[in-house]
Design a protein around this ligand. Structure first.
Ligand code: NIG
Ligand code: FE
Length: 425
């Protein structure tokens, strides 16, 4: 019987379908199905066939894309970004070079608080316009689904403005964006002596955010000089009672026990985890909380010690990777660079890394049933790489290896001979 499709990708050198029934944990992260000399059929924006070229011989297609023996994978998923913000922080580079710690810059009103000032002074329209080139660049690196947080308002008006910007960007741009409310990102200078009062103010926003469907997740920065574990527990429990999924910026700089808290509250993910304890690693695995690691941030903060990815995997955790794109601790949209850092610094294998930026990253933002796989019935979000095999992407670092990106079965981004052609808004 012949199968009629809209588009058939042919002569794929290596295809990674990333078939999975849930997040890949522990050892499962190390085994990857690779189909050589493959084809992929797309109909009505969805994958309807994947297999070898031989198995595709019965398929008729309106359009064919000859992949010329290139690598083809699902569109990547970036599960942790701070996409929407005013201003930029290049002036902090000199402070960094002088060795001023990240938390000291924050304590003195810089860092996150300087971006808060800039974000308060930027209109909704300008925030949207400013985020678009970042989004275009994120897509150009092969990402088709991502998360974006608020957290540079720290007052109801500006937090809502950021969430509305995220919503508008999700509607206008071809990339799928999952929204997180991070009102508890820092203590604003005006409420420095009353962190509990500030958290109450942010928690009073839950109702409106839920009603307007402006965020699916609530996140908090659990860190020395920001919010304690106890404050985080109370705040996140309230969010949970409103029906939000939970995320935590956990153990990024000091090991406070954010990972244990994430497990206790059944958070979907705990993110950063640089200083996480043995107990935290064990409890996350038991609870099924996904460990989202952000090695780009550790690198950019100039730290020697990275998250213990290998121990997390040995202890049967599901590990995901993200850029943490933000104007302070990790100003890059380049998820491929993060894949290289994961190889070089976290010592993850290429097979683990591919799971961490597809299936597991999708599960970390509640999109495990839609994104991160190229199996039958899935959205046809596809990356064709200028590489012959999957090992090549983490290996050749710092540059963009994307040849083309398809979103919902349509080519939305293409590079050739170093020239970009954009066909998305
Ligand atoms: O994930 N740690 C807190 N939040 C961000 C940094 C935000 C900023 O510096 O602007 C992070 O690293
Ligand atoms: Fe972050």
């Amino acid at each position: 019987m012949t199968l009629q499709v809209d588009t058939l990708l042919i002569n794929i050198g290596q295809l990674l379908p990333m078939k999975a029934n849930g997040p890949k944990k522990g050892k499962e992260m190390g085994s990857l199905e690779v189909i050589e000399h493959a084809a992929l059929g797309i109909k009505d924006e969805k994958v309807v066939f994947y297999g070898t070229m031989e198995e595709a011989s019965h398929i008729k297609s309106k359009e064919q894309i000859d992949c010329q023996n290139k690598l083809v994978t699902p569109g990547l998923v970036d599960p942790h970004t701070h996409l929407v913000f005013g201003g930029s922080r290049e002036h902090e580079m000199a402070l960094k070079q002088q060795g001023v710690p990240y938390l000291d810059i924050l304590k003195n009103g810089g860092g996150i608080l300087s971006t808060v000032e800039a974000t308060r002074n930027t209109s909704l329209e300008d925030l949207i316009d400013k985020a678009k080139p970042h989004l275009n660049r994120i897509l150009s690196y092969g990402v088709t689904t991502m998360e974006a947080k608020s957290g540079y308002g720290l007052d109801p008006e500006t937090e809502l403005k950021q969430l509305e910007a995220i919503r508008a960007l999700n509607q206008d741009h071809v990339l799928d964006i999952v929204s997180t409310f991070l009102g508890a990102h820092a203590i604003p200078a005006s409420q420095k002596d009353d962190p509990d009062g500030f958290l109450d103010e942010m928690a009073r926003m839950f109702e409106e955010i839920k009603e307007k469907n402006l965020a699916e997740y609530v996140d908090i920065f659990t860190e020395t000089g920001v919010f304690t574990v106890e404050q985080s527990r109370r705040f996140l429990q309230r969010a949970k009672d409103y029906g939000f999924g939970l995320k935590i910026h956990a153990d990024e700089i000091d090991p406070l026990g954010g990972a244990e808290l994430a497990a206790e509250l059944d958070a979907i993910s705990a993110d950063h985890l640089v200083g996480t304890s043995d107990e935290g690693i064990k409890r996350m695995a038991q609870a099924g909380t996904i460990a989202v690691l952000l090695p780009g941030t550790t690198f950019y903060l100039g730290k020697e010690t990275y998250a213990r990815a290998i121990e997390m995997i040995q202890q049967d955790n599901a590990v995901a990777l993200a850029t943490d794109f933000n104007p302070g601790s990790c100003p890059t949209e380049n998820i491929q660079l993060i894949m290289s850092l994961a190889a070089l610094r976290l010592k993850m294998t290429p097979e683990e890394i591919w799971h961490a930026v597809t299936v597991n990253a999708a599960h970390a933002i509640g999109r495990g049933d839609q994104a991160g796989q190229l199996t039958v019935g899935r959205k046809a979000d596809v990356v064709i790489w200028d590489a012959a095999n999957y090992l090549y992407i983490p290996y050749h670092y710092g540059v963009n290896h994307v040849h083309a990106v398809l979103k919902n079965g349509k080519v939305v981004y293409k590079r050739g001979n170093g020239v970009e052609r954009l066909s998305f808004s």
